[in-house]
Design a binder for this molecule. Structure first.
Ligand SMILES: Cc1ncc(COP(=O)(O)O)c(C=O)c1O
Length: 352
């Protein structure tokens, strides 16, 4: 790696070092070559196995949570309040981290709406690790944020507890910094292996895309970052704002426009959390070619976009592409019936 890049990585590490951080990621996940896929589509395809990191089926968000929980521990809080859909990977990871740290996880979960799946999978794991769950019917976004604040005030004022509230703006910033930290380690690993890619595919509509894009723009802008949104939010707006806020916070001279954010909308399908046909086919393709398991809500939608881009010639033949497997393993099992049905597979009955 050239001196300029090395110096920039060191400088960013010093800046990140000003934020409190705890240790949740104790090993570097592998970057694996996908040889069968590479031969099939004519692109050198690699996968970064962030599905292997962190407690309770983990996921890439463990990197961001090192910083978020750094704040929780430094502030002397006795628990956290976070919320989301009942299938949320992030809530399950947070609840497991709380169990590890001896903190109370208060999760405000959105009651089953039409698009939600039966209450197994992550919801089961939330309960298994001892989370305190309250149910609301709010929509994702400001409405759910309002419910989280209500629960937070109730815990403080009625129960006399002292939880840390996951406030959207603060968590977006800190999580983006955590993903920037992830990118620095990833870039060093790729460089060591002589495997710097021409593009990186990931799924997300927030800090995952923002932190990785920020890192790429600061260290190696030749890498194209493609995010694939899992829900119908304005990813270009959210990601450009998060990149610019994080850059400003770190004192970096970088500002991007929404048009510089590549994050297609057409792979969401009907709605967040709903399996798409292309997603199901992409999950089956990677499973059968590589024994690699993606999920229907996040990584499967990324995989569908990647395969389309490869087949439509949007990625230069022979070039190297890295896919970020960001986790979500419990969701594949949660959606097994939908996947069976979408792929026309028959359910086997093993009972005699
Ligand atoms: C497996 C997985 N990948 C990617 C993401 C995207 O995260 P974000 O849009 O917050 O960056 C999530 C969010 O929970 C996730 O669970």
């Amino acid at each position: 790696m050239d001196q300029k890049k090395l110096a920039k990585i060191a400088e960013l590490r010093v800046k990140l070092g000003e934020y409190p951080k705890i240790d949740l990621v104790n090993f570097l996940t592998p970057i694996e070559p996908l040889r069968n896929v590479s031969a099939d589509i004519g692109l050198e395809t690699l996968v970064k196995r962030e599905d292997l990191v962190g407690p309770a089926f983990g996921g890439h968000y463990a990197h961001s949570m090192e910083y978020v929980f750094g704040e929780v521990i430094e502030g002397g809080y006795d628990g956290i309040v976070q919320g989301g859909p009942s299938h949320s990977n992030q809530n399950r990871l947070i609840a497991a981290i709380c169990a590890k740290l001896g903190l109370k996880a208060h999760l405000v979960l959105r009651k089953k709406l039409e698009v939600d799946q039966p209450d197994i999978g992550n919801l089961f794991l939330d309960q298994l690790v001892g989370a305190d769950i309250s149910w609301v019917t709010a929509e994702m976004g400001p409405e759910l944020d309002g419910e989280k604040t209500k629960r937070y005030l109730e815990l403080r004022e009625v129960n006399g507890e002292n939880p840390y509230l996951f406030r959207r703006d603060r968590i977006s910033l800190i999580s983006t910094l955590g993903m920037l930290d992830f990118f620095l380690k990833l870039y060093e690993q790729l460089d060591r292996d002589g495997k710097i890619p021409s593009s990186i595919y990931l799924t997300g509509c927030g800090p995952t895309h923002s932190g990785i894009l920020l890192g790429a723009r600061l260290i190696d802008p030749s890498i194209k970052i493609v995010g694939v949104r899992p829900l119908h939010w304005d990813a270009q707006d959210i990601v450009s704002n998060e990149v610019n806020t994080a850059a400003k916070t770190l004192g970096e001279q970088l500002a991007i426009t929404r048009d510089e954010v590549v994050n297609p909308a057409e792979y969401v399908g009907k709605d967040y959390g709903i399996l798409t046909r292309e997603g199901a086919r992409a999950i089956q393709y990677f499973a059968m070619k590589e024994g690699l398991i993606f999920d229907p809500v996040y990584t499967g939608k990324m995989a569908a976009c990647f395969l389309d881009d490869a087949h439509l010639g949007k990625i230069e033949k022979g070039s190297r592409v890295l896919l970020i497997h960001s986790g979500g393993t419990p969701l594949t099992l949660l959606y097994s019936r939908q996947i069976y049905s979408e792929l026309g597979m028959s359910l086997m009955n093993p009972s005699p």
